[in-house]
Design a protein around this ligand. Structure first.
Ligand code: MTE
Ligand code: HPA
Ligand code: MOS
Length: 755
């Protein structure tokens, strides 16, 4: 294939001409929404008085629970979350009323006139407290394999511990936003910054009490999402739909950074208690782990996130006897939600903490401990999936070679002997990440393709472009099937009227699902065009039986030298001969199942493997550190686009590194987030990228892969960031072998671990 342009949106982004929701000119009559947010985390509502706000000049309407025409419910899988609470406030900054006014400042002023009387209740903020009180959305989940109790009896070493990993703010550049436009009297068009057009449509239809076909949801593109718009966007989309429905005017909601950070959920903090048993060499025999997550006020996606954490509690290690239990705990924080990795990183953090402890207690090389336990083909995961095409050992070996592991170890030992204040350390982070929605029915997608008679092509899928360049990947797939240049293809917005019932663009499955649906649609079109092309080529004197090739916008018979027929000529003829130039493609990922009662099944279509090694230098007086180098080896099948995948790996690594070294979500003891903008929440910047960041994508020829042999890249590489955490812990332990480093490894945490 010809060299690919960087990506489909490249020119637009670089020239500042790509349009995001809210960039469009204001519409006439448009109303701007501002919210009255709850000042407390947990309370009974006695009264909510908005009579003064309602008559404020320029205010058009003030809406609250009483104004909902349909069902006041946005809970989806578990029906526990109202659009506006009626009697009970469940978290700080929960929206209690929406003011719609001629402009934002009027709306904001009117919000100040709303009165709330309430009876405050004690909030539950911590996992342990919620767990002790049995505040779970559903009863405990369990996955069990082998004989855990029995296996511990035969172990040479049994170690116990508890591990905590913290929250993380998504910090997408584009805050939550939506514009709702009444079209005909029977249609509302929502331009909504969501990863899930179907969910916004479905929930809005329940809340408004109208059929789904009266709500069209469209996403041109997102300015980043990272899971924060998979479910957390729904509330704002539905609010705007409600406003437009009741006022018959366009309504726009754009949250400020502070509002967004205070009112929306984040990555789930996890607390885990564990016990691990191994033989004298460090080969793991038994693993007993209990995972608990802080789910916030409503279930949201917490149960699925807990489940993915449980599925990743083995990481790359084959453990014959395992018991994995999980409880998703309800607290009075904004509902925590999907975040790149979706519980996977949290599950992996625990087993990696345990592996580190095994290596330390046995006095062995942590790389060696990892290697002797790594999955081999034919091993069975605790939930029953048979491991095929394991890339665990291969990627660990390769990253160790790239990082010159043994020499680096000796250099670090020497450095630490010679330096009193500066200490170096090294951390290893292998990854096995399961690809597929663990909710099996979500693994389906649709695409719609039109070939216009000038030979240009329009492709719609249910997939949402959020910076991961899904659109480029879809275009690459279609270009390949139709044999036309990439530039001839336009990938359209995601729109429920063109692609209905779309699963969220999430679980890293975007290009697998939508790419395959587009491939299937394109293959249908090619099948329509082939007989026409064969006929036209025969008219030019070619053999009617020759194989027809579509390539680079030209069509010719295999073996002929100079093609004389263009793709466009074939398309024009097909139209004249009344052959369909539009097609619909549908794809459902095969062979997926999981029985929640048994804790057994095949939840993943395939796995992505990789490994990272980070080397750091810590100043033990100031707690500051620098990352000297990071090496990453990432196995991803046959990449659809190397540069895009490199971008995903780089960005995800930095995001993961930020999570475990500098991003600290702080709430006060009343459940109010104190981290509310970049001055109170530190995300990595360009200077935090390691001085040496060496990423190698390894092609693999796996029977378990997706469209054209490619594998997903969106989420798994975030986990490599934790290599930096373990490198810092290693540096600390060169001074104080027993030290426990708390999460995230901020300068304060590093200093306090040394004390
Ligand atoms: N990359 C960018 N630039 N922006 C994003 O919001 N989201 C991540 C990942 N990469 C994200 C991103 C998450 S959480 C997921 S699940 C995948 O992209 C979704 O896209 P895909 O399935 O097409 O990979
Ligand atoms: N990943 C992301 N989103 C999801 C999943 C998942 O496994 N299941 C349901 N929503
Ligand atoms: Mo990604 S957390 O699955 O949106």
């Amino acid at each position: 294939m010809a060299k690919l342009p960087y990506h489909i949106n490249g020119k637009l982004h670089v020239s500042g001409s790509s349009r995001f929701i809210g960039d469009e000119a204001p519409l006439s009559g448009m109303l701007y929404a501002k919210f009255f947010f709850s000042p407390v985390a947990h309370a009974r509502i006695l009264s909510l008085n908005h009579s003064r706000a309602k008559i404020f000049p320029g205010v058009h309407a003030v809406l609250c629970a009483q104004d909902v025409p349909g069902e006041n419910m946005i809970g989806h899988v578990i029906k526990d979350e109202p659009l506006f609470p009626e009697s009970k406030i469940m978290y700080q900054h929960q929206p209690l009323a929406m003011v719609l006014a001629e402009d934002e400042s009027i709306a904001e002023a009117a919000v100040g006139l709303i009165g709330l009387e309430y009876e405050e209740l004690p909030p539950i903020l911590e996992i342990t407290e919620a767990d002790e009180r049995g505040e779970w959305y559903i009863p405990e989940r369990k996955i069990e394999r082998g004989d855990v109790k029995g296996a511990f009896k035969d172990c040479a070493h049994i170690l116990e511990g508890s591990s905590f990993s913290g929250g993380q703010e998504h910090f997408y550049m584009e805050s939550q936003r939506v514009r709702a436009i009444p079209v005909d009297h029977d249609l509302i068009h929502l331009l909504c910054a969501t990863q899930s057009t179907m969910e916004v449509q479905e929930v809005a239809s329940h809340v408004l009490g109208i059929p789904a076909h009266r709500i069209a949801v469209e996403v041109p593109r997102l300015g980043g999402a990272f899971g924060g718009k998979e479910r957390a966007a729904t509330i704002w989309g539905v609010m705007a739909a409600l406003g437009a429905y009741l006022t018959r005017r366009p309504v726009q909601i754009i949250l400020s950074r502070d509002e967004d950070m205070r009112a929306t959920g984040k990555r789930h903090p996890f607390l885990s208690n564990w016990k691990i048993g191994c033989d004298a060499q460090g080969k793991i025999r038994a693993w007993d782990i209990e995972l608990m997550c802080n789910g916030g006020a409503y279930a949201d996606l917490s149960v699925a996130i807990l489940e993915r954490a449980m599925f990743h509690a083995d990481n790359i290690y084959h453990i014959p006897n395992a018991r994995i239990r999980g409880r998703a705990c309800r607290t009075n924080l904004p509902p925590n939600t999907a975040f790149r990795g979706f519980g996977g990183p949290q599950g992996i953090f625990v087993i990696e903490s345990a592996i580190e402890k095994i290596a330390r207690i046995l006095g062995k090389d942590p790389l060696e401990i990892r290697k002797i336990n790594a999955y081999q083909n034919g091993d069975i995961a605790p939930y029953g999936q048979i491991i095929k095409d394991s890339g665990a050992t291969k990627t660990l070996d390769l990253v160790a070679k790239n990082a010159d592991y043994q020499n680096s170890l000796s250099e670090i030992r020497k450095f630490n002997k010679e330096n009193r204040i500066l200490k170096q350390g090294m951390g290893i982070m292998p990854v096995k990440f399961g690809i597929s929605f663990t909710t099996a029915f979500l693994n389906q997608g649709s695409a719609l393709i039109w070939i216009y008679i000038d030979g240009s092509v329009s492709v719609s899928t249910g997939g949402v472009e959020m910076g991961q360049e899904l659109n480029s990947k879809v275009a690459i797939v279609v270009a390949k099937v139709l044999g036309i240049p990439f530039e001839r293809i336009r990938v359209e917005s995601s729109h429920t009227q063109r692609t209905g019932n779309a699963s969220p663009t999430a679980a890293s499955t975007g290009s697998d699902i939508n790419g395959n649906a587009a491939r299937i649609a394109a293959e249908k079109l090619r099948a329509n065009l082939e007989p026409i092309a064969a006929k036209m080529l025969a008219e030019q004197g070619n053999s009617p039986d020759a194989r027809v090739i579509f390539e680079n916008g030209m069509v010719y018979c295999a073996g002929t030298e100079q093609p004389k027929l263009s793709f466009t000529q074939v398309v024009v003829r097909a139209h004249q001969e009344r052959v369909a130039l539009g097609a619909y493609g549908y794809y459902a990922t095969p062979d997926l199942w999981f029985d929640r009662e048994l804790g057994e099944g095949r939840p993943f279509y395939y796995y992505v493997y990789g490994a990272a090694i980070a080397r750091v230098e810590l100043n033990t007086l100031s707690g500051e550190h620098r990352i000297i180098s990071t090496h990453i080896v990432h196995e991803n099948g046959k990449s659809l686009h190397q540069e895009i995948d490199m971008g995903q790996v780089t960005g995800a690594f930095v995001q993961g590194m930020g999570w475990c070294t500098m991003e600290e979500v702080v709430a006060d003891n009343k459940g109010r987030y104190l981290s509310a903008n970049p001055s109170t929440y530190k995300i990595p910047g360009i200077r935090d990228i390691p001085e040496k960041l060496d990423i190698q994508l390894v092609e693999s020829d796996s029977s378990e892969a997706s469209v054209f042999g490619s594998k997903a890249t969106g989420e798994p590489p975030l986990i490599y960031g934790m290599a930096v955490f373990f490198a810092l812990q290693d540096a600390i332990r060169s001074v104080k072998p027993e030290a426990e480093l708390r999460f995230p490894a901020t300068p304060e945490a590093l200093i306090s671990a040394l004390q």
